[in-house]
Design a binder for this molecule. Structure first.
Ligand SMILES: [Zn+2]
Length: 457
């Protein structure tokens, strides 16, 4: 009897393990099946040169950006400029741009589903409608004027990325031969909005301001005199020129390194790290499954290094989309919709194949602090950047001119948001080695935002 009992228990354990294994497999099959099927060596989905056989990619208003012809070849939109402007969103035929839709959304394009596998009755695969507008991308591409950089604009209420341009770029219909060591092609396969990691410069002062408002109760009654250089921790923190008499609002408007360097040093590295983390700048996000990069900041050096870190220099590195999300949170009472790229996806017959809904971030900034900072960033535009460059916009902004080496001209940044309920857009512009942030990147932002507001989404 005892022998039989033992065997029964043993059999039950075996059956239990089998059931558990089957459950794990079924769960992973349902969740990851699309990724397994769209593995690049699956010859049902890819031809011998590695190109996805099916799938149409459209922009938000239905412009067809790439499709498959009856002979199996792939075509792209008929304007070369639009092809270049949307390259990093759409992807290249060889699949070098990993964050492009052709690669990142291959499972949705191939027509794969849980029940029929990769079978597609009409052979053309599925359609993916991106949230971007090809027209707005082209405006941004032209505005960058051949410089390397990125432009991002998104709706902080819905998460829809309206504009996502990264340069250098190329024409996917006629891919050039690219020498990766040629500086002309520096990081050409990287989508700079999602994956760059670079010195933020003075746009980071918004985070230092965020920390100062909540940690220094007398901040708004303080006054400083900028002489162009101030000693912090035995070494200088310098400004391009003497800013003179300042309070905190004017210090932000003229972007005084001396004031913000001293504030960072006074609050200390732990506080600076806490607020940088809270702002989301050190956290990667998933944009419809595409993993973004995350920033890194060093606040534990000397007091002088801490001061420079507080003005976005030193070893600070940031991914542009993180700052765009933080701007959305300042605009939106502390939390913003997480950026997303897929408007909808459909089968050959037009049936939806997925649900794409807004998702909110965690609280990146306290609501009352956000409102205070928004007013101060609006004052930046009135006092320094020029409201006439942004007609009919309730715009809040911060420029940055990030030093990236003695022999290079600085990177130009411009970031912020519109407060209009009809056009709730946050934006970020980077022009690499562009020069002055407000003048160069601000001009790109002005062109793109003017077009976005005129069209309205
Ligand atoms: Zn100054």
């Amino acid at each position: 009897m005892r022998k039989i009992e033992k065997r029964t228990v043993f059999c039950l354990i075996l059956a239990g393990l089998l059931g558990l294994g089957l459950a794990v497999f079924c769960f992973r099959f349902a969740v990851d099946g699309g990724d397994w099927a769209s593995f690049p060596s699956n010859r049902h989905l890819y031809n011998s040169s590695g190109q996805l056989k099916g799938g149409t990619i459209l922009d938000r208003d239905g412009d067809v950006l790439t499709w498959i012809n009856e002979d199996g070849s792939r075509s792209y939109f008929d304007s070369a400029d639009v092809r270049r402007a949307t390259l990093h969103a759409v992807g290249d035929p060889a699949g070098n741009i990993g964050a492009g839709a052709l690669t990142a959304f291959a499972d949705k394009l191939s027509g794969y589903n849980l029940f029929t596998g990769a079978y597609s009755p009409l052979g053309g695969g599925n359609s993916v409608y991106l949230t971007i507008d090809a027209y707005l991308n082209n405006i941004a591409y032209q505005a960058l004027g051949g410089k390397n950089g990125t432009v991002g604009v998104y709706n902080y209420k819905t998460g829809e990325i309206l504009c996502m341009v990264s340069t250098p770029t190329f024409d996917p219909a006629n891919p050039p031969s690219i020498d990766p060591d040629d500086p002309q092609w520096d990081g050409v396969y990287v989508n700079r909005l999602l994956s760059a990691n670079t010195t933020p410069g003075s746009i980071f002062k918004v985070v230092t301001l965020n920390a100062a408002i909540e940690n220094l109760p007398d901040l708004f009654s303080r006054h400083w005199t900028c002489t162009g250089s101030v000693d912090v921790g035995g070494d200088a923190v310098t400004c391009p020129y003497a800013h003179g008499e300042l309070d905190i609002e004017s210090a932000l408007a003229v972007s005084c390194n001396g004031v913000f360097g001293q504030l960072a040093a006074e609050m200390g590295g732990k506080t600076m790290a806490k607020y940088t983390d809270a702002a989301g700048l050190t956290t990667a996000m998933r944009v419809d499954g595409i993993q973004t990069s995350k920033g890194s900041f060093k606040f534990d050096g000397t007091e002088n290094q801490l001061a420079w870190a507080g003005v976005g220099q030193g070893q600070d590195a940031m991914c542009p989309i993180n700052m765009m999300l933080y701007m959305g949170a300042i605009a939106n009472g502390g939390k913003a919709a997480i950026p997303r790229l897929i408007e909808k996806s459909t089968t050959d017959y037009g049936l939806p194949t997925g649900v794409y809904a807004p998702r909110k971030s965690s609280e990146l900034i306290a609501a009352d602090t956000a409102d205070t900072i928004a007013d101060m960033m609006h004052n930046n535009v009135i006092a320094t950047y020029g409201q006439d460059r942004f007609p009919n916009m309730d715009i809040c902004a911060k420029s940055g001119t990030a030093e990236i080496g003695a022999d290079k001209s600085p990177n130009a940044w411009f970031t912020g948001f519109l407060r209009d309920p009809e056009t709730p857009y946050a934006f970020i512009v980077l022009v690499e080695q562009g020069g002055g942030g407000a003048s160069v990147a601000g001009t790109v932002a002005s062109k793109v935002l003017t077009a976005a507001v005129e069209k309205g989404y």
